[in-house]
Ligand binder design. Structure first.
Ligand SMILES: [Zn+2]
Length: 347
């Protein structure tokens, strides 16, 4: 429970009641005999503790009931007015065409990929951190309904992050101006290189949907698999596949050793409808090696942020059919592990 500055208005964030013989459904209650703990968890409010002597009275209050923020659709202005670590049930927003910051960070000693983008609606704009498989589901200048996001605070500014239960659904284009200006302090600067792939190494590993730990191996014949990291036994099918690799690009007689991420590989494979089977990374490697030329955007960390065939080479081989529908995002049902998982992004 969180009390606001005014004593009259209090916002119930979460309430856990034990052994109380009442139906707690949409009534206003007054809690008697509660006390305030010594430590404050939130500078804007405080927790209250109920004891055996606490009782509840049904009362009337001079303000209307407001649903918890996580259960309703919000706009950007309302999200920015929230504090940190709040849930955002739904947000419809357009992805702005600004440079996005891509990073690989260690979470629980495992590499995770993140991308910071800007989204906006008619009430404002806000930064959103996309994680792992969600990165390749979002395109610049398109509009989406993002569900189950959470707020974070960085340098006094509220921003959004995806959680393991976030879903992204494309919607009709929102009428939001997109000036395309870049923030020079964003760290999202990138360089474009055009050349030939002279070497490539890609590794495919399964990731646990619950703890996001990478798996050493999942037996192809086994229906279940015990996570190497969290030890949970789950159906093998829930472990999504993640690619990671190195591309050596020869451009202007110089060799560049560049990191290629899962989102970048998935975006490429989908765009050019490359046929591949899930564990057959050699097919993907040979595809890159056989390209006459590639155009690569690379950021200051030697991380490839986009990989395309230059326009002159841009052709889709119609004989190839995307073979792999199993490679879709796994349902991240577990919201609890997200704390550790995302904390690294805010370092
Ligand atoms: Zn796990």
């Amino acid at each position: 429970m969180k009390m606001c500055k005014s004593r009259l208005q209090c916002t119930v964030k979460m309430m856990v009641l034990f052994n109380l013989d009442v139906q707690v459904i949409q009534f206003n209650y007054k809690l008697n005999q509660i006390f305030r703990p010594a430590g404050f968890s939130d500078p804007d409010g405080f927790d209250v503790i109920c004891s055996k002597t606490t009782s509840l009275d049904v009362v009337t209050v001079p303000f209307s009931r407001i649903a918890p923020s996580g259960s309703r659709r919000m706009d950007v202005a309302a999200v920015k007015a929230l504090g940190p670590r709040q849930n955002v049930g739904e947000l419809e927003a357009k992805v702005l065409s600004r440079a996005a910051l891509s990073k690989i960070v260690l979470v629980n000693r495992e590499e995770c990929e993140l991308k910071e983008i800007w989204v906006a609606d008619t009430t404002g704009e806000i930064k959103l951190t996309l994680w792992d498989s969600l990165i390749s589901q979002v395109d610049v200048s398109k509009s989406y309904c993002f569900s189950n996001l959470a707020t974070r605070e960085m340098q006094g500014v509220i921003r959004l992050t995806t959680t393991p239960s976030t879903r992204v659904v494309e919607i009709t284009q929102l009428d939001v101006p997109d000036e395309g200006r870049d923030d020079p302090d964003d760290g999202a600067a990138s360089t474009t290189l055009r050349g030939v792939v002279s070497g490539v190494q890609i590794r495919a590993r399964h990731r646990c949907p619950r703890c996001h730990g990478l798996q050493n191996q999942i037996s192809a014949n086994s229906i279940t698999h015990r996570c190497d990291a969290c030890n949970l036994l789950q159906r093998s099918s829930v472990y999504g596949l993640t690619y990671r690799g190195t591309i050596v690009l020869t451009a202007d007689q110089q060799e560049h050793s560049l990191t290629v991420t899962d989102s970048c590989i998935n975006a490429y494979l989908a765009r050019y409808r490359v046929a591949y089977s899930e564990n057959d990374v050699e097919t993907i490697e040979e595809h890159f090696l056989n390209l006459p030329e590639v155009e690569i955007c690379v950021n200051n960390d030697s991380l490839i942020t986009s990989l395309i065939q230059p326009l002159s080479q841009n052709r889709v081989d119609q004989s190839l059919v995307a073979a792999n529908d199993d490679n879709t995002v796994t349902d991240g049902e577990a919201a609890q592990v997200v704390e550790d998982w995302e904390a690294a992004a805010l370092v």
